[in-house]
Design a protein around this ligand. Structure first.
Ligand SMILES: Nc1nc2c(ncn2[C@@H]2O[C@H](COP(=O)(O)OP(=O)(O)OP(=O)(O)O)[C@@H](O)[C@H]2O)c(=O)[nH]1
Ligand SMILES: [Mg+2]
Length: 611
């Protein structure tokens, strides 16, 4: 009589009904072999775990939203504990810094070229139509909507919802910003956009230039409005000094393409957005808007074009550094290549250095030749004023080097430690960085450190969970200066709110229940400046009330909230440490990292029953 079962696996594993004795014997032998292999695998995993503990391999996981400072923290570990390797790699960061500069300049030019800018060309302004403020938010958006990508207790996607617990609850407010979030058609300026941006068109800003003798003379970038007798504004000259300046900066476009070719591995399909007017990023369209993936990435000659409006990223690990060190032709004065690994697909990244397009460090030469114009552009009071009015705060954003143009565009420029820490290169993917502390770092070399760095943007978070196994501690970075900013990948989500939700998800994850947590309330340097400039936390976090708007009070308040979430959401009691950090600051971060190191090693030893 046939045995019935609803379990399809059971069905599949059941021996065939007409099995002969010989077949049965073979089957049983195979099953025994499979069992033996399975047990051997389990034993080897267990043995590896024990060996790891004995060998003192410490595993640290860096988590947090994009631009929270994870890779910068990793670089701080490298700088402190493998200083020789860090020093040797500094020159490789020059290309990243060059790209950061070029992109900052492009952001300015795009802001000035927009139809509402007094620096835009007469033709584009003639085409411009009056824009009105975006409509107010629907009332439900006055509260947050949970971001779609996070991790739940099982490490799967999705947030579990908002906390209504007492200590942990925070009320975010957009009520005072009737025009939050910005409408999609507005120019996107990654990470420095402000929900409170002024969307009124600068009307009556037509202007003519009285003195058109520049570029030979000193460029006068000041708009000079002139009205005709009827009172309406007119523009009489086609080439404004700004347009001339823009033309002189055109070579930057070429080196941007070269740098992208150098840094981004070929055939790289995934990309995320850099702000750029009117261009939805492929990631945005794929993950957020659920439309089909944007095409044209990593394909031949359209490559640099397709990256034009995306933030450039690398997959973590030595791949891009290996490619750069081989493409490098004239750095031998400074440094011998340290890392000769290849990219993940085994090929050297497509670079200007191997296409024959590049003269010895052409980007640096172009930057050098454009330095005066770039300095002029950045230091012009009127341009600064426009950027201020449009709430484009480059100086608070990532990879900001415009205050150092004189130094960083020098032909023999060699990045300093601080430059490397300030440089911005987005991470996509997850990778484990292994190192033993160098003897020269004055530490015992008995412990092997494995630090896992992940990409923090929302599309990246589902890739985290497989790395939760066997972790000694997590450093979670919450960039608290982002209280008045929105996520680059979803401009309806406030950055601080996103960090709070992510923190809740990490605290409540059952997979991480026994992992100690270290919280870095990061970017305190930017927070301090922001608060001092008059931006009030209470405008964005209603529950802050009328407490003092200074660094000390704000960081204490937020620390309290994050601690309360930890207490309320952790499945089991565990160690928790919180620090207010500015991880780009080498002096303060060294002390904090030393404390974290000691704490992690102590816990590790305790768990290994060696204490
Ligand atoms: N001023 C300041 N800048 C910081 C601080 N921490 C990080 N940054 C800068 O912020 C930018 C982003 O930091 P990253 O370390 O790349 O951020 P991440 O978390 O790795 O971001 P993803 O790779 O996108 O997940 C870099 O340009 C850093 O130099 C800080 O405390 N203060
Ligand atoms: Mg990173």
């Amino acid at each position: 009589m046939p045995v019935t079962s609803d379990d399809p696996l059971d069905e599949a594993l059941r021996p065939p009904p007409d099995e002969t004795p010989a077949e049965r014997e073979i089957r049983l032998e195979r099953e025994a072999e499979a069992k033996r292999i399975s047990l051997a695998i389990d034993a080897s995993i267990k043995a590896e775990r024990q060996a790891r503990r004995k060998k003192r391999i410490v595993r640290l996981l860096l988590l947090g939203q994009s631009e929270s400072g994870k890779s910068t923290t990793l670089r701080q570990f490298q700088r402190l504990y493998t200083p020789t390797a860090f020093r040797e790699e500094r020159i490789l960061w020059r290309a990243v810094i060059q790209l950061n500069i070029v992109r900052s300049i492009r952001t300015i030019i795009e802001a000035l070229s927009s139809p509402s800018s007094p620096y835009s060309s007469p033709r584009s302004r003639a085409r411009s139509i009056s824009r009105t403020r975006p409509p107010p938010l629907p009332s439900q958006n006055a509260h947050f909507s949970p971001p779609p990508y996070g991790i739940d207790n099982n490490g799967r996607n999705g947030y579990s919802g908002r906390s209504h617990g007492h200590g942990a609850d925070m009320q975010f407010s957009y009520a005072s910003n009737s025009h939050y979030p910005p409408v999609p058609s507005q120019p996107r300026h990654n990470h420095y956009s402000d929900p409170d941006a002024d969307y009124e068109v600068d009307s009556d800003t037509e202007f003519t230039i009285a003195n058109n003798s520049w570029p030979n003379g000193s460029p006068n970038l000041e708009p000079s409005p002139r009205s005709d007798p009827s009172g309406s504004s007119t523009t009489t000259l086609a080439h404004t000094p700004f347009e001339v300046l823009k033309a002189r900066l055109l070579p930057l476009q070429h080196i941007e393409a070269l740098l992208i070719a150098k840094l981004v591995p070929p055939n790289e399909e995934e990309a995320t957005q850099l702000a750029g007017p009117g261009y939805p990023s492929p990631t945005e369209s794929y993950f957020s808007m659920h439309t089909s993936r944007h095409n044209g990435h990593g394909h031949g000659h359209h490559r640099s074009q397709s990256y034009r409006n995306q933030e450039i990223f690398v997959r973590p690990g030595p791949g891009w550094k290996g490619g750069l060190s081989r493409a490098r032709v004239n750095f031998s004065d400074h440094f011998e290549p340290h890392d000769t690994s290849t990219t993940s697909n085994g090929h050297r990244p497509m670079s200007a250095g191997n296409t024959g397009l590049e003269t010895p460090d052409e980007p640096q030469e172009v930057l050098y030749s454009c330095r005066k114009d770039m300095i002029h552009l950045w230091n012009d009071e009127h341009i600064r004023d426009i950027l201020r009015r449009r709430k484009i705060r480059l100086e608070e954003g990532s990879g900001f080097f415009l205050d150092d143009l004189e130094r960083v565009t020098a032909l023999k420029y060699m990045p300093t430690d601080d430059d490397v820490l300030k440089a911005r290169l987005k991470t996509v993917g997850v990778s484990e960085y292994k190192f033993e502390m160098e003897i020269s770092a004055g530490r015992d070399s008995g412990t092997e450190w494995r630090i896992v760095d992940v990409g923090g943007s929302r599309s990246q978070r589902p890739t985290w969970a497989p790395f939760f196994d066997d972790v000694d501690a997590i450093i979670f970075l919450a960039p608290i200066s982002g209280f008045d900013q929105v996520l680059a990948e979803d401009r309806t989500v406030n950055r601080l709110e996103d960090s709070v939700l992510l923190w809740k998800a990490v605290c409540s994850s059952k997979l991480l229940a026994s992992v100690d947590l270290v919280l870095f309330l990061n970017k305190c340097d930017i927070l301090e400046k922001k608060l001092a400039s008059g931006i009030r936390l209470s405008k964005y976090v209603r529950s802050y009330g009328d407490r003092p708007n200074d660094l000390d009070s704000v960081s204490k308040y937020l620390r309290g909230k994050f601690s309360a979430i930890h207490r309320e959401y952790s499945p089991n009691p565990r160690k928790f440490y919180a620090f207010c950090t500015s991880v780009t600051d080498t002096a303060t971060t060294a002390g904090i990292i030393a404390s974290v190191r000691d704490m992690v090693i102590r816990q590790h030893l305790k768990q290994s029953k060696l204490l």
